[in-house]
Design a protein around this ligand. Structure first.
Ligand code: PMP
Length: 392
């Protein structure tokens, strides 16, 4: 039976990684893969994580099962960072650990479906896995354009989606550092989005995978906090894989805000049942390390400084690109106003191919670039290459 399965198209980014690895040109530039890189092109383990891991090895005395909700100490330690001072909203918010932000998004969509959601509105372009998860779980995807050509968010589109959404529908939004465009809503726009949600029966699903990589831990939480203050219930998918550099350790959490504290336990029991039937329990190591950091003031300080250094570096790169202004037919100025790891350049397929063939510059076919793939040693070459391929 298995040989009747139709082959699926390979993941384009994974294919790009292989092509990049096989390229022998010494000045090649990888702007494809979605991980942070230092000025030296490395993706090191955070010093705070190294300390926490050492502590974990020394102190952990059992690897016995924890349960589908994972490490609740981790889940709770993150909450003040995500939700602010009244982190539980009077006992209305609770969470569970998931295998990365991907597991959190999947669990959010699955529980929404169980609660009667049949369609999800989302801006496009988006992280490709959003549509793949919705499709796999069997929810209808309704899309709207996320941004204007000038590199700003298309507020009317998102407000329209929220206002027209019916009961039984959800709206999925990126919390910050939009992937792939880097185009976030301003605080004023979040206020309007939250007001629209307040008058809509739609369930907000917020995906926060990059808190702290945009403008700051507090600043990047504005959207999530503002929406949650306006609605009776919401789901928040969270990833620590970027802001703690834990990618392969799969550190994430799903939070649910219920109408009232009494409504939480049945929802959580559904989340538990869904988790049990899929991954059973999340991997412990990364979440335990994050918990140790967040429960220790010194380690927390080290982590926040490392995160700030990442953020500053990416903002510097954005500043340099924006300062280049008009490059060939491109205007790089909007990149200075965008946030996080990614931005999209309006390049044609041929231009993206020419960047790869003639200049050893690798980027996704969508024109998405990883800002952290650029540094003092290669940014001039990149800007020069853009000038050449857009002039052709
Ligand atoms: N949501 C978005 C928007 C993302 O970009 C990512 C990471 N690429 C995730 C969720 C999930 O991240 P992870 O599963 O690696 O924690």
């Amino acid at each position: 039976m298995l040989d009747t399965l139709p082959p699926q198209s390979p993941d384009a980014l994974l294919a790009l990684i292989k092509l990049y690895a096989a390229d022998e040109r010494s000045d090649k530039i990888d702007l494809g893969v979605g991980v942070y890189r230092t000025n030296e092109g490395e993706t090191p383990v955070f010093a705070a994580i190294k300390q926490a891991e050492a502590k974990l090895v020394a102190e952990q005395n059992s690897k016995s099962y924890l349960g589908p909700e994972g490490d609740l100490g981790f889940v709770h330690a993150l909450m003040p960072y995500i939700f602010g001072k009244d982190a539980t909203k009077g006992g209305r918010i609770e969470g569970m650990q998931t295998p990365g932000g991907t597991g959190a998004v999947r669990l959010a969509v699955a529980v929404a479906q169980k609660a009667g959601v049949t369609a999800v509105h989302m801006g496009v372009p988006s992280w490709p896995n959003h549509a793949q998860i919705l499709n796999d779980i069997g929810l209808e995807t309704r899309t709207f354009g996320h941004s204007h050509d000038d590199g700003t968010a298309h507020l009317d589109n998102v407000l329209g989606a929220i206002r027209t959404a019916q009961a039984g529908e959800a709206v999925l939004l990126h919390g910050c550092c939009h992937n792939p465009t880097g185009i976030d809503y301003t605080n004023d726009q979040w206020d309007q989005i939250s007001a629209a949600f307040a008058d809509s029966p739609a369930l907000p699903i917020l995906d926060s995978a990059y808190q702290g990589l945009g403008q700051g831990m507090e600043e990047d939480a504005y959207g999530v906090r503002t929406v949650l203050s306006a609605v009776p219930e919401a789901l928040v998918a969270y990833s620590c894989d970027k802001n703690f550099g834990m990618y392969r350790d799969r550190v994430g959490a799903l939070y649910v805000m219920a109408q009232n504290a009494d409504a939480l336990p049945p929802i959580l029991s559904n989340l538990n049942a869904l988790a049990r039937a899929s991954w059973s329990m999340p991997p412990d190591h990364g979440a335990a390390a994050v918990r140790l950091i967040l429960r220790d003031d010194d380690m927390t300080q080290i982590w926040l400084e490392e995160l700030a250094a990442m953020r500053t570096r990416m903002r510097d790169v954005r500043g340099q690109l924006a300062a280049a202004g008009d490059v060939g037919t491109l205007d790089l100025r909007p990149l200075g106003q965008q946030h996080g790891l990614f931005s999209v350049l309006p390049l044609s397929k041929d231009q993206i191919q020419a960047l790869r063939d003639d200049h050893a510059i690798y980027m996704a076919g969508s024109g998405r670039i990883n800002i952290a793939g650029l540094h003092v040693g290669n940014i001039e070459k990149f800007i020069g290459a853009l000038e050449v391929v857009t002039a052709q």
